[in-house]
Write a protein that binds this ligand. Structure first.
Ligand SMILES: *Cc1c(COP(=O)(O)O)cnc(C)c1O
Length: 586
């Protein structure tokens, strides 16, 4: 029972002792499982079920009804005595992202120093909107962001960044800054101050947050033009150039291009230098969405670092340390070559929050007057006018802000830049290893032509003996019998009677992918799948396995083994079922 006569320090101490035991046990289970992978232990030696997730979690309704009393809010508090049970239940029905087989979305096992930072933030419970209430956290954010910006080659005197609530928010903020910088009048008068449509460009494989931001910011999603990609999922700069010119000739106002460092599905890196040339020629703001692949900036290998060539030409860059860098959710930064642009785009008078050095309201008049200047033709005299602010909310879309930068800071100080380089390079080695396993397995087909993946995702199909389970369509739209494994099944006979489209056949093939993915969960593997690429719809969805900085080779080989075993027995099951059906009908 929380008790006012008990000091808060003592109460916290008690809570931490109880929760600490549960939390350490939770992470320990993941370590034990990882060691079993390392020792190549057989499934039969590994205990009742994987620590990845409780089997009951697979059904929302079952879980909801079995947790009814847990979810009901009590009249009388459970107090210290009730706490262990509460924590235990939460952990039991959560996905253990530290489990070796969690290879699903782009985040993964949190690094322990990052977990500690979360706790520190909770104790500090402060707000990084103004310096006065977060002195060292403000300095940490400024320095960490500036360091990151330097790694990407943004090294000017005003380079730096801000922490943001996530990658989508980083991307959205970059659009606001771009618009308010390129068209300062929109700050006051809105998008209609520009006598024409404002247009943004992103690649066909870019993250959907760009469209979402366009919806929210009053452009509308149709203002986002998607530029086609090459076979490897990289934006075609010549297409961008053509489409920008086309938009201009329609009387529209292109002002922003989003290039991606590590696309969400394939992990492709757009050709930044060529895109920067187009951006410069047409005066577009160049944003690089490195939410995922930006972590490669820590790599020591030229082969990997080369993918980030040209990032120094960007106006802004997003990176999510909560993805590749193992920092607990959420931790994201928007970096920029000139933070004054961030401030001029977002500053507003709020005397109750921001005060200048004399203690009065901050004076934004100087920004208002500067707004009239052309943003890219300032003299060095103007440079002296601007001092990078310490009240960081003035640069952002937020007011109250979490000190998320501390989480990256502690992980980075703990492991050092060298430690991070090693972790990222090792992760890439494991991704290459898995990719080769897939390439060399006669029941799997790698999506990319290259053996080595472009980032940490390995994308592939289950194709027993080189064939898609339900076949593929040939040029005439007929199922090629030699291509399909399950030609005799009811599904295929039904398919053949209906309208034959690539997408319909793809649905059948997708079912196999989804079933395998689901069957892998109780065996300790959570992997995702993605819809077929354009023009390959008959293949259906493919597996996207995401390697992280804690993944070991043994987990990779174990996953591939399990996946093929499950797939093979699923195929056999469908065949048996189909034969059984045929017999009953005969
Ligand atoms: C994950 C991702 C985002 C979105 O980041 P959130 O933090 O989930 O909002 C944006 N862009 C890319 C390329 C991503 O992979």
């Amino acid at each position: 029972m929380s008790n006012l006569s008990l000091g808060r320090a003592e109460e916290l101490d008690n809570l931490l002792k109880i929760a600490g035991v549960e939390l350490i046990d939770f992470v320990n289970k993941a370590d034990v499982e990882r060691n079993q992978h390392l020792a190549r232990a057989l499934n039969s030696e590994c205990g009742p079920h994987s620590c990845l997730v409780h089997p009951q979690s697979s059904s929302q309704h079952d879980l909801e009804s079995s947790l009814e009393s847990f979810l009901n809010i009590r009249d009388t508090g459970a107090g210290l005595e009730g706490l262990p049970k509460l924590i235990e239940t939460i952990l039991e029905y959560s996905v253990n992202t530290s489990a070796p087989g969690f290879l699903d979305k782009l985040y993964a096992a949190p690094l322990p120093p990052g977990i500690l930072a979360e706790l520190v933030l909770g104790v500090l419970n402060t707000n990084v909107h103004v310096y006065q209430v977060s002195p060292v956290l403000t300095l940490i954010e400024k320095h960490v962001a500036r360091h990151l910006a330097h790694l990407f080659g943004l090294r000017g005197p005003r380079s730096g960044g801000i922490s943001v609530q996530g990658g989508s928010a980083s991307n959205m903020t970059s659009i606001v800054i771009a618009r308010n910088t390129v068209f300062p009048e929109t700050r006051t008068y809105g998008n209609s101050a520009v006598k024409g449509r404002l247009i943004l460009f992103t690649s066909a494989h870019g993250h959907y947050s760009i469209e979402k931001a366009a919806q929210s910011l009053g452009f509308g999603s149709s203002s986002v033009i998607t530029v086609p990609v090459d076979e490897d999922g990289r934006m075609l700069p010549e297409e961008l150039s053509r489409m920008v010119a086309e938009a201009k000739s329609r009387g529209d106002f292109p002002f922003y291009v989003n290039a991606t460092a590590g696309t969400t599905v394939l992990g492709s890196f757009d050709p930044f230098e060529e895109i920067a040339n187009v951006a410069r020629k047409h005066n577009l703001w160049l944003h690089i969405d490195g939410a995922w692949g930006g972590g490669f900036v820590f790599s020591n290998r030229e082969q990997i670092r080369n993918r980030l060539q040209g990032t120094e030409l960007a106006d802004s860059i997003a990176i999510n340390p909560h993805k590749m860098l193992g920092v607990p959710m959420t931790c994201s930064f928007l970096l920029g070559k000139d933070l004054e642009q961030f401030q001029r785009a977002n500053t507003l008078k709020a005397g109750y929050l921001f005060h200048d050095e004399t203690g009065s309201d901050n004076d934004i008049d100087k920004f208002e007057s500067l707004l009239d200047d052309a943003h890219d033709h300032r003299s060095s005299e103007d440079d002296d006018l601007w001092a990078s602010p310490y009240d960081l909310a003035d640069l952002t879309l937020q007011c109250g802000r979490r000190g998320d930068a501390l989480k990256l800071f502690l992980c980075w100080q703990y492991h050092g830049t060298k430690g991070y380089s090693e972790m990222v390079d090792n992760a890439y080695d494991v991704a290459c290893y898995m990719s080769r396993l897939v390439k060399d397995n006669k029941h799997l087909t790698l999506l990319s032509r290259e053996k080595d993946p472009s980032c940490l995702q390995v994308c592939f199909y289950f194709t027993p003996n080189g064939r898609f389970t339900y076949g593929l369509l040939d040029q005439e739209g007929i199922i090629n019998p030699s291509e399909g494994l399950l030609n005799g099944t009811a599904e295929i006979r039904h398919y053949s009677r209906g309208s034959r489209s690539r997408a319909r056949l793809g649905k059948l093939n997708s079912r196999m992918t989804a079933s395998i993915s689901k069957a892998l969960i109780p065996r300790g593997f959570m992997i995702d799948f993605a819809p077929a690429l354009e023009g390959q719809e008959d293949r259906g969805s493919f597996f996207r396995v995401v390697v992280n900085i804690s993944t070991i080779q043994e987990t990779a080989s174990r996953l591939i083994g399990e996946l093929v075993t499950i797939g093979t027995s699923l195929v056999r099951e469908i065949e048996d079922q189909s034969n059984g059906l045929r017999r009953t009908r005969d």
